[in-house]
Design a protein around this ligand. Structure first.
Ligand code: GLY
Length: 562
């Protein structure tokens, strides 16, 4: 889906210089009061209007989240879930509104009699849906931190769904390339496909979704988890192998969790704790990098690329063995967040041609199977409150099944569990016991909404979609901005690299690795592969004079300030 923009990327980068590049667009904006950065221009307009009316970052978040459920159907949602890191009243907090496994779910629910994964069951069926968390998440956020009326915040999304909006080139491309998937479900086919293909400017109207949003506007979370919407949802699930019951909807709760918080080069990084692996992995990567002097590792050089790669290999190797839903599994948070852990990562780092001998980074661990479609928004208000939010249906358009009469897509987040622990799943990926399916458990995630504080105030609000590449994308943005002192547009825009231990491959975007760096690393026997896209960061930086700089560079991104 993002390939069209990749074609427009023209980067000229050498192993020692990152300053010569031509960005493919210029979504960099400056403002004195507030900023909204997300993957939908319409939703960014909605968010900035709320801020201009005196709303705070949490009000704007509610409005943007619901607007994106209309204007960015591939990942914006009311049928999915996510994570939010906030900063309010001079204190950081996190909100976990990740989906949960239904009560009737069980460890082997996606396996056949021979205990092999049933093809597509965890991704393309009604059983693939976890209990949605988005509406409850934003309802609880609103109750705790909101200042404007709920109805007012949901209203713009109702308007967009009822009257339609002209779709972008990007959304047209996304819909057209998902026609096959969306045609398998009659409602998805009716709403999101066309006999001829979609083109920019076509008006997308979603009447049933507008009615669902109307019920949510009137009744709050009950407009989704009870009454007509719940009946329509359960009716849809009953047409197939859905596991969710009214009891699951009644019992679903979100959690305000203690953030992962650590110092990094004079700043404080605030990110998401488990059930996201994001905060812990960022700790491992950034604290390890902090031990090295950047002047010895010029940005883009083979030395730099190898160091980043080796650290990521080690962090990704460790995380899947030990992380899961902390409400159900024991998660050794303190061991991860220790100096001893950083020392163990550093011990595994190999330099120059030692890579050939370093395949034993960490035995018996697996890696993750998240899809790459997710979406992130960052918001900062004039009061100094900030929100970094990442939410998702899992794969693009979730399971591709629309709830008939309610107009929203079902998530396929159950696939983020290890559907068969210890054994490669249908995608050839490995999972583990801590992330096995259990009733009411939340599936592990890589989503890494993050706020970096400087002198105790929000300085950089950042996040990204991209499945397992979310973590490396966010880590690189922070590392470039703070360690290499790059401008925020470079920190966010420069092409990225990614390594997640297995497969033992160093992935890179076009332009991320120069020819000479590539030759050097290949001589050290690093398998390397170019990849279309590694993440899509959306960030806001606050300059020393308080100017808000919003950057959204790729895909459908939009940055607005005032
Ligand atoms: N479904 C993608 C993630 O949670 O990381």
């Amino acid at each position: 889906m993002l390939q069209i923009n990749t074609l427009l990327l023209v980067f000229f980068i050498t192993s020692t210089s990152y300053t010569q590049y031509i960005p493919f667009n210029n979504r960099i904006v400056h403002g004195k009061k507030g900023a909204v950065v997300c993957s939908s221009p319409e939703a960014a307009e909605v968010g900035i209007a709320i801020l201009q009316q005196g709303g705070n970052a949490f009000d704007a978040s509610v409005a943007v989240a619901f607007a994106m459920a209309v204007t960015y159907p591939q990942a914006g949602n009311i049928g999915g879930g996510g994570f939010l890191v906030g900063f309010a009243e001079n204190k950081p907090f996190t909100l976990d509104y990740r989906e949960k496994a239904p009560k009737r779910a069980h460890r082997d629910m996606f396996l056949d009699d021979n205990k092999n994964p049933i093809k597509d069951m965890s991704t393309h069926t009604r059983a693939a849906s976890g209990v949605p968390g988005t509406v409850k998440g934003f309802w609880e956020l609103h109750k705790k931190y909101g200042s404007l009326s709920w109805e007012k915040l949901v209203q713009p999304s109702i308007h967009l769904a009822k009257n339609g909006f002209p779709i972008s080139e990007f959304l047209a491309y996304s819909l057209n390339s998902n026609t096959k998937k969306l045609s398998k479900n009659a409602e998805a086919k009716r709403l999101f496909t066309k006999v001829s293909s979609f083109k920019r400017g076509d008006i997308l109207v979603q009447k049933e979704l507008s009615e669902t949003l109307e019920r949510i506007a009137q009744m709050g979370a009950d407009g989704f988890y009870k009454g007509k919407t719940a009946r329509l949802l359960l009716n849809e699930l009953s047409k197939g192998n859905g596991y969710i019951t009214q009891h699951d909807l009644d019992e679903y709760t979100v959690k305000f969790r203690k953030p992962i918080s650590f110092s990094y080069k004079g700043h404080t990084v605030i990110s998401m704790p488990p059930p996201s692996s994001g905060g812990i992995a960022l700790y491992g990567i950034l604290k390890s990098l902090e031990q090295f002097d950047e002047t010895d590792f010029p940005y883009g050089s083979a030395k730099y690329t190898q160091l980043f790669t080796e650290i990521c290999r080690s962090v990704y190797a460790d995380r899947s063995e030990f992380l899961g839903d902390p409400d159900i599994e024991s998660v050794p948070l303190n061991a991860f967040l220790s100096n001893a852990y950083i020392q163990s990562i550093l011990k595994s780092v190999r330099f120059e041609d030692e890579h050939a001998h370093s395949k034993d980074v960490s035995p018996n661990v697996g890696y993750f199977n998240e899809s790459e479609e997710t979406t992130h928004f960052s918001i900062l208000d004039k009061y100094g409150n900030a929100v970094s939010n990442t939410y998702t249906l899992n794969q693009s358009y979730g399971s591709g099944i629309v709830v008939k009469g309610a107009g929203f897509l079902l998530n396929n987040q159950m696939d983020d569990f290890s559907i068969k622990p210890g054994v490669p799943n249908t995608y050839g990926l490995i999972g583990n016991e801590k992330n096995s399916i259990k009733p009411e458990k939340r599936m592990l995630s890589s989503m890494s909404p993050t706020i970096v504080l400087k002198d105790g105030k929000p300085y950089f609000i950042v996040g990204s979609p991209g499945g397992s590449t979310i973590i490396t994308a966010v880590a690189q943005a922070i590392h470039r901005l703070i360690a290499y002192k790059m401008d925020v547009d470079l920190a966010i825009n420069l092409p990225r690299i990614h390594h997640q231990w297995l497969p033992d491959t160093l992935y890179y975007e076009f332009g991320a690795i120069s020819h000479d760096t590539q030759q050097i690393l290949q001589s050290y026997q690093y398998p390397m592969k170019q990849r279309n896209v590694i993440g899509d960061c959306h960030g806001i930086v606050v300059t020393p004079s308080g100017i808000r700089v919003g950057v959204s560079s790729r895909g459908n991104g939009a940055a607005k300030t005032y």
